[in-house]
Ligand binder design. Sequence first.
Ligand SMILES: *Cc1c(COP(=O)(O)O)cnc(C)c1O
Length: 468
Amino acid sequence: MQYLSTRGNMAPARFREVLLEGLAPDGGLVVPSRYPRVTSVLARWRPLSYADLAREVLWLYADDYEPSALTRLVRATYTPAIFGSQSITPVVEIEPGMHLLQLSNGPTLAFKDIAMQLLGSLFEEELAHRGENLNILGATSGDTGSAAEVALRGRPRVRVFMLSPLGRMSAFQRAQMYSLQDANIFNLAIEGSFDDCQDLVKAIGSDLAFKRRHRLGAVNSINWARIVAQVVYYFRGYFAVTADESQEVDFCVPSGNFGNVLAGWIARQMGLPIGRLVVATNENDVLDEFFRSGRYRVRPGAQTHATSSPSMDISKASNFERFIFDIVGRDPAALRELWWQVDTQGSFELKDTPFWSAVVASGFASGRSFHADRLATIRRQYEHDRRILDPHTADGVKVAREHRRAGIPMVCLETALPAKFAETIREAIGRDPERPAAFRDIEQLPQRYEQLAADPERLRQFLQAHAL
Ligand SMILES: *Cc1c(COP(=O)(O)O)cnc(C)c1O
């Protein structure tokens, strides 16, 4: 498998060469040269364990590993000890025909662990192989940061510099990240929104000389290996709710940076019989606006709403470029033209272009969920079966209900456990969510972070002083 850039100016590379990278050298995103079709092997994949299925999917995209090395890596990652059950991503029915794909039983209680735990092992192996060190620079709206830090803490050859929006995360999320005392972890609380954090990472990432000099890599959701790791659970979710491969299944995905649902798009392109991919947004509805109107209009960071599903408080969906690359027939010139419009006018419009029919055919649909919807959805589910949904998952369930189709199972992706967002749960149902024992009193632990202005120059100085 070869990898290309969406912007068209990268020499073809293999998986291991792009593993440590965020942006492609030309400012685009790394994409595989094609999506392998798997229709004929679905029946054979159905009974596989999570780890063995992950190996099959990865092998299609990472064929520069020895198969035995991949097997070893996935079997060490997808274990009940790390993810709490043999099935790794259990599926439960929350009302007739509507299912929850549980992705949040990893060490930091959000779906990001599924990809990040694998990435930790892949990075360590790759760096040892190359005899190199790496400084990870990332931005988080909460969950990516703790998933990355927990996956990389204490690993030799790696330092983690994680930017988070000061005061925008839940107390639990803050404690999860800022209480880590490992010397290779640096938490940088930025005076701004998540988009400001992301812009800082992009600003540094596009300074190629600086990036090389300080061996900077990325683990944010534009990292290709994370996307591939997420493709696996769409197959698992599909198999869990179907008896054979003739059935269609719809998925609903709470979305921010478009990383999670992009993995669903890739599974669909590979031939998994996914009918609709329903994107659920919160008050920050850039993606919903696009799928309804054809206009992709990013908002400045200052206009990003701080909501009670904070991990989706994003107004510029970084992975969206990979989807649009497919929509424009994988033509880098067309893609560059659209992103030039985003950079100069803040938006592009596909409705009256030849590309709109591809969007319509893509199976995407969308909807939004606001604070009151979120609370009502949490309350309704709790009254129904005493299950407590996390606020992001509740956004998904709310939007999924609006998109139910008779006879077609709907799978909602659970993106976090409610314990991470107790404030909102209390507001919805008047009680605290249960907290796994390992996290009792986590807010009382000493916290360690640096506060920084949203200024690329300040960040450069900090990295210069602390990078490996
Ligand atoms: C990261 C995250 C999301 C958004 O996922 P994207 O891949 O950015 O679309 C939704 N919910 C939770 C809980 C998250 O941590």
